[in-house]
Design a protein. Structure first.
Length: 109
């Protein structure tokens, strides 16, 4: 079965942070690799992730856990993502015992 999530996705929108913050250090992104690992960065938040794909409401959903840093402080959390009908990645990223935010990303070329 082909993994439609593989590759680099450009974060274009987040509920909690505006585009200036998303692209503060680098253009915000999330990356899923073939080995069920990946990474992301937006603003001063960066992390490595471990994901799996599972059935969800007659579709598939990618779920992940992550750990990294925010402004040099260690942080961790979890999240999920799904590819919508327009081919965009939509999901939610949770900080352990902290904020959470929905996000939208588009496949990078």
């Amino acid at each position: 079965m082909k993994n439609e999530y593989l590759g680099r996705w450009r974060i274009v929108e987040m509920e909690m942070w505006d585009r200036n913050y998303i692209d503060l250090v680098v253009p915000g992104y999330i990356l899923f690799e073939e080995n069920d690992l990946g990474e992301f960065q937006f603003g001063t938040v960066e992390g490595s992730l471990d994901y799996h794909i599972e059935p969800y409401e007659e579709k598939e959903r990618l779920e992940f856990t992550w750990e990294g840093s925010a402004e040099m402080d260690p942080v961790s959390g979890r999240g999920w993502a799904i590819i919508n009908e327009d081919g965009q990645l939509e999901g939610r990223l949770y900080f352990h015992a902290g904020d959470d935010s929905g996000f939208t990303a588009e496949k990078s070329t």
